[in-house]
Ligand binder design. Structure first.
Ligand code: MRU
Length: 344
C-alpha cells in the first residue's frame, strides 16, 4: 500500500479516487499530470501531497533542462502552478519552498542538468524523511496510552495513503494496536468524499486491525456507548496558537469528545505547522464542487440545483486539542511556546 513511488525517474501514484474497489496506479509523465492528480484527489493527504509536488518540480525541471531559458525563474513558474492545486494543506507549500530553496542555494555556475540531479535528491529526501517522521510520531504517540483501553476513534484518513509510510494518526493507531493499547478503532465515514470509509477502513482492515465503520452522525453516540477512550486525527495545517485545520467534520468530533470527557489528539509532522500565522482564522479553507455533496457515486441524492456549502476542511480551536503528537515529541497546552520552540 504505497501512495507514492519514484523509480527510474518516474512518479507513480496510487489512484485514491478508485479505492477500495479498484487498486490502480497513475504514471505521471510531467508536472501537469502531478498537478492534476493533486487537484482531483488522486493523491491526497497533507504529507503525500507535499511529496508529490516535490516530484512534480523534478519532472518540471527535467523539461526545463533541455531548454535555453532562465532555469530558476522557469522553475518558480512551475512551482506557482503546483501551488494553485489545493489551498489548505501547508505541506504542499512547505515542500515546494524547500525544493526552490535547494535550487537557489546551488552556485549560479551549476548546469541545469546538475540542478535537476540536486532537485531529485531533495525530493527523495523529503520522501525519506516523511517515512522516518511517521515512525517517530507513532513512537511518541504511545506515551499517551500508559494503560490499555477499549477503543479509539478517528476521522478522515491520516494513514499510509495520506503519507509516505505508516501515516500520522493511523501510525499512532497501528503502533498502539500492536502494543495492545486498545482493541478496536471506530472510523467515521467522513462525508462527503468518504475518506474514512473508502481509505481508513480499508487500510486498517488490510492490516488486520479491528475497525468499525460508522457514519459521521453516529460519533457522539458511539463515544457514549462504546468506551471510546481517545480521538486521534491528522492535520492539514496547524497555526502557531495550536488551532488545527483538518478534514471537515473534525471540529464536530472535537466538540463531541469534549462533551464526553475524551481526549482529542492530533498527530502531525512539524512540516504541517504554519509558523507564519497566529491563529486558525488565517487558514484558507478549500471549498469544493457542490456535486460532492449532492451526489454519491454519480447518483443524485438531493434536489437538482440545490444550494450547497462544501468546505473541505474545518478548524478545531486549540482549546479543544488535548495534545499534538509530532516527531519531536508530544506538545501540550499552552501551545504557543511549545510550537515556537519547534521552529528552532
Ligand atoms: O482532502 P484530503 O483527503 O486531502 O484531506 C485529508 C485530511 O484531511 C487528512 O486528515 C489530513 O491530510 C491528515 S494528514 C495525514
Amino acid at each position: 500500500m504505497q501512495s507514492i513511488k519514484w523509480s527510474n525517474g518516474r512518479l507513480t501514484l496510487l489512484n485514491q479516487t478508485l479505492l477500495p474497489g479498484i487498486v490502480d496506479y497513475i504514471e505521471c509523465g510531467d508536472y501537469r499530470r502531478v498537478a492534476e492528480a493533486i487537484r482531483r484527489l488522486e493523491v491526497r493527504g497533507a504529507p503525500a501531497i507535499g511529496a508529490a509536488a516535490a516530484f512534480g518540480l523534478v519532472l518540471g525541471a527535467r523539461e526545463l533542462a533541455g531548454q535555453s531559458l532562465d532555469f530558476r525563474e522557469a522553475l518558480r513558474q512551475i512551482a506557482d502552478e503546483l501551488r494553485q492545486t489545493r489551498p489548505t494543506a501547508v505541506n504542499l507549500f512547505w515542500a515546494i519552498n524547500r525544493m526552490l530553496s535547494a535550487a537557489d542555494k546551488a552556485p549560479s555556475t551549476v548546469s541545469p542538468v546538475e540542478l535537476l540531479a540536486l532537485l531529485e535528491q531533495e525530493a527523495l529526501r523529503i520522501m525519506e524523511e516523511d517515512r522516518e517522521v511517521n515512525g517517530r510520531i507513532a513512537q511518541h504517540g504511545l506515551v499517551l496510552f500508559p494503560h490499555a483501553v477499549e477503543a479509539v476513534l478517528t476521522h478522515c484518513n491520516a494513514g499510509a495513503l495520506a503519507t509516505v509510510d505508516i501515516g500520522t494518526a493511523l501510525g499512532v493507531i497501528r503502533q498502539g494496536w500492536q502494543a495492545g493499547k486498545f482493541k478496536r478503532v471506530f472510523a467515521d465515514e467522513t462525508r462527503p468524499l468518504l475518506q474514512g470509509a473508502r481509505l481508513t477502513a480499508w487500510e486498517l482492515k488490510e492490516d488486520g486491525i479491528p475497525v468499525t465503520l460508522i457514519t459521521d452522525s453516529m460519533a457522539g453516540w458511539v463515544m457514549k456507548q462504546k468506551k471510546v477512550a481517545a480521538v486521534i486525527v491528522g492535520a492539514d495545517r496547524i497555526a502557531t496558537n495550536g488551532d488545527v485545520a483538518n478534514k471537515i467534520g473534525t471540529y464536530s468530533v472535537a466538540v463531541l469528545a469534549r462533551q464526553h470527557g475524551i481526549p482529542f489528539y492530533v498527530a502531525a509532522p512539524v512540516s504541517t505547522f504554519d509558523f507564519s500565522i497566529a491563529g486558525g482564522d488565517e487558514i484558507p479553507i478549500e471549498e469544493r464542487n457542490p456535486q460532492e455533496v449532492t451526489a454519491i457515486g454519480g447518483t443524485l441524492i438531493a434536489p437538482d440545483g440545490i444550494d450547497v456549502f462544501n468546505p473541505a476542511f474545518d478548524v478545531t480551536p486549540a482549546e479543544l486539542v488535548s495534545a499534538i503528537i509530532t516527531e519531536r515529541g508530544v506538545l501540550r497546552p499552552p501551545y504557543g511556546p511549545a510550537i515556537r520552540s519547534l521552529r528552532k
